[in-house]
Write a protein that binds this ligand. Structure first.
Ligand code: HEM
Length: 458
């Protein structure tokens, strides 16, 4: 069948969030941040290198690449993760790699990094290919319109169950999925107490409400780990096998059962939610841009023929990768990061005092007028190899940077490319009649209202 470009309105811009025209009061900020964190990013953050203010405590929003290099790399020890972010995660993932600091972080990073080495990730690709095949089959069985966030969450959850737990034997995906949503809606929302930098011992209402969801998630992961220990291995050397064997190359230290539980729990949530969002946004953008979709499809079909994508095909599909990179520029799944300054410092020529909160609004950095041409427009050629090679490293941060850069970035990119290429080779995606979703960030940047697309089998 001929792959005619879908009809799109040439001036249709990808959905974005209008920044507040004036600074918010403390209460307005708390309310907005519980509804959509993107609403607290002021208009100036899209135009200036750094914006500062005071809301209870002093805060800065940093969009300057030199200052970002200082925060993430040169003076990284001065900028530990802000307590407000850690507090939202700790009930679920304890002091695991993502949430720990100092020596507790260092030894876990040394231990976990080899688990995600490229050769281990490549070895997991066949499992990703099989899940992409299942995702395509599921989509083919849908009514003309399908909600792509849900579809992509099923696909990436399928991947993480396969590669982290070898299947769903101990996992009722729906129960676990519901627990994650409940968690984000309770513990995952900042409270007024956080903004006022109230001490930790004051209980946050959300944390209490989220206890049941934590019990559900932990119980399921713990059972899966226990079953694996008893079985003595999965036979395919998956992530859990590697984590059970992992030891600190410097000290030989291994993870305790609780450390293992917390890290696996983090991988399961981080490993599927963020990647599913990158995929859903990619599909939306392609449905809005028929030419880009036709180009990506032509590339995928030429590389794959009738097969689902595997690790060996990725080098032949650079444009598919560029689409995902551009989707994560416009909609970085982690759209805002917060750090706290340990001691006084100077960023972009401005004084930062000890205990100031330093926000890195990745969403605004990626749409910044000084760094991007037509910042709100979709153009995957921005990530053509020559353009990416000359761009300042600190202007594009979907996975963070420096020593705390995402440990699962290779894994995420591989599964995203395998799933997207497989679907594009087999379906044409068009917008339905529903309104476009609104970018909404709580812990991750989700398309509120869903991504409803017509997926027509080819
Ligand atoms: C598109 C998908 C993903 C995105 C956008 C993403 C984004 C990020 C970002 C921005 C950070 C740094 C946070 C900070 O500096 O405050 C991070 C760290 C981390 N990510 Fe990812 N991530 C993704 C997928 C994954 C996957 C698949 C895994 C594991 C299975 C994972 C595990 C981690 C861990 C453990 C850290 C903490 C690393 C450390 O502090 O040493 N992520 N991720």
């Amino acid at each position: 069948m001929l792959d005619a470009p879908s009809e799109t309105t040439p001036d249709m811009m990808p959905p974005s969030v209008a920044p507040p025209g004036r600074p918010f009061s403390l209460l307005e900020t708390v309310r907005a941040s519980r509804r959509n964190v993107l609403e607290i990013i002021p208009a100036l953050s899209y135009r200036q290198p750094m914006v500062s203010g005071r809301l209870g405590a002093r805060w800065h929003m940093v969009q300057d690449p030199g200052a970002l290099a200082r925060i993430f790399l040169e003076n990284v020890d001065n900028y530990p993760k802000a307590e407000v972010m850690i507090r939202m995660l700790r009930p679920a993932v304890g002091n695991s790699l993502f949430t720990s600091d100092g020596e507790a972080w260092r030894w876990q990073r040394r231990t976990v990094a080899p688990v995600f080495a490229q050769r281990n990730v490549v070895a997991l690709a066949p499992l990703m290919t099989a899940t992409a095949e299942r995702a395509a089959a599921r989509l083919a069985g849908q009514a003309p319109e399908a909600e792509m966030v849900g579809e992509m969450l099923s696909a990436t959850f399928d991947v993480i169950c396969e590669v982290a737990l070898s299947g769903r034997e101990h996992f009722d995906a729906e129960t676990y999925g519901r627990a994650i949503v409940r968690y984000f809606e309770t513990v995952g929302k900042a409270s007024l107490l956080d903004f006022l930098q109230m001490p930790d011992w004051m209980p946050r209402p959300g944390a209490l409400l989220g206890r049941g969801s934590v019990r559900t998630m932990h119980g399921m992961v713990a059972r899966a780990i226990e079953a694996r220990r008893e079985a003595g291995g999965s036979g395919v050397d998956d992530l859990l096998d590697h984590m059970l064997k992992a030891e600190d190359p410097e000290t030989g230290r291994r993870m305790s059962p609780i450390e293992l539980l917390h890290n696996m729990q983090f991988f399961i949530v981080a490993g599927h939610e963020t990647t599913a969002l990158a995929l859903a946004w990619s599909l939306l953008l392609l449905a809005m841009d028929g030419q880009a979709q036709a180009r990506a499809r032509a590339e995928a079909q030429a590389a794959l023929g009738g097969s689902a994508a595997g690790a060996d095909n990725l080098a032949a599909m650079p444009y598919v990768r560029q689409v995902i990179e551009e989707a994560m520029r416009l909609y970085p799944p982690v759209g805002l990061i917060a750090r706290t300054a340990r001691t006084a410092d100077v960023l972009a020529g401005r004084d930062v005092k000890a205990k100031d909160t330093v926000f890195i609004p990745i969403y605004a950095l990626h749409r910044h007028e000084m760094w991007w041409e037509n910042p709100n427009g979709f153009d995957p050629t921005r990530f053509a190899p020559a353009a990416s090679a000359t761009r300042n490293r600190f202007l594009y941060l979907p996975f963070g940077a420096g020593p705390r850069v995402c440990v699962g970035a290779n894994f995420a990119m591989m599964q995203a490319q395998i799933i997207l290429a497989t679907l594009l080779a087999r379906f044409r995606f068009d917008l339905g009649d529903r309104p476009l979703p609104v970018p909404t960030m709580l812990m991750t940047l989700r398309p509120e209202g869903g991504v409803w697309l017509r997926a027509q089998p080819l």
